[in-house]
Ligand binder design. Structure first.
Ligand SMILES: [Zn+2]
Ligand SMILES: [Zn+2]
Length: 259
């Protein structure tokens, strides 16, 4: 039996080597051939990691330690490993010319557009989540993943919900369930509204599925980009109002605070 396993592993390696020879792996971002087994080539991975170290112009801290403009935390009382939320990087929206080439932001746009990098970002978030939970009193197994879904209009336009794609991979890797706890109704374009209007709009257009939300449930709430925080605030509020015990917001990026 052991010999058979060894033989099958050997054949597996040979097949993979042959496949790599005829179809060498390429970087999903820049398309260059790469020996790296991950999505990004060594150069793109280095740029991406460098961007994650960007400092807030207000407090000078990296995204991990900066709490500027995190009003959405007012709703949630949950802390995991000493943190009130998790974001991998800042989102600048390329307002400054120097930020126009940021790989992480282009990757998020690809994610929204075609679902590319869903697994990449899911893995990045899972690494951080596992690290935070190691330093907390919580057991990750007790938690549930959820997300505010994309509007039907955008779901039809793009043919996917990027948050569903990311959380699907996360659920698989973390071994926890992912639940659709909201229905998204069409509302005003958030970009055109003031903060107060955004909150009302987000709260009105996000309908909680009351039967799905678990009483006493602990939720990891995913949103790809936290802009004003209105969506995360509204979603957290709905989850708590329907009996959730904990809500911990997680995102790929959040808007870079202004000076
Ligand atoms: Zn590359
Ligand atoms: Zn800051």
């Amino acid at each position: 039996m052991a010999k058979l396993n060894q033989w099958s592993r050997h054949t597996d390696r040979l097949i993979r080597k042959g496949f790599d020879l005829f179809c060498p792996p390429v970087c999903t971002y820049c398309g260059k051939q790469t020996k790296n087994k991950h999505d990004l080539c060594v150069d793109c991975a280095a740029k991406y990691l460098h961007e994650r170290q960007m400092c807030c112009p207000k407090c000078g801290q990296t995204v991990e330690f900066c709490s500027c403009g995190c009003d959405f935390r007012r709703i949630s009382k949950t802390t995991v490993g000493g943190k009130t939320h998790l974001s991998l990087t800042y989102y600048t929206g390329a307002q400054n010319a120097s930020d126009a080439g940021r790989i992480s932001e282009q990757m998020i746009l690809h994610l929204k557009d075609k679902g590319t990098f869903a697994r990449f970002f899911a893995d990045q978030l899972c690494d951080e989540i596992e690290r935070l939970f190691k330093h907390s009193e919580y057991l990750l197994d007790d938690w549930i993943l959820t997300y505010p879904p994309r509007s039907v209009h955008n779901f039809i336009k793009y043919g996917l919900d990027q948050s569903e794609e990311v959380t699907k991979y996360m659920a698989k890797r973390l071994g926890i369930p992912c639940r659709r706890t909201f229905v998204k109704l069409e509302g005003e374009e958030q970009k055109l509204l003031t903060m107060e209007e955004r909150l009302i709009n987000a709260s009105d257009t996000l309908v909680p599925r009351q039967k799905v939300i678990r009483k006493g449930g602990k939720y990891l709430l995913f949103d790809d980009i936290i802009t004003s925080g209105a969506t995360v605030m509204a979603a957290s509020w709905h989850l708590y109002a329907n009996g959730a015990a904990e809500v911990f917001p997680i995102s790929i990026a959040r808007t870079l605070p202004k000076e």
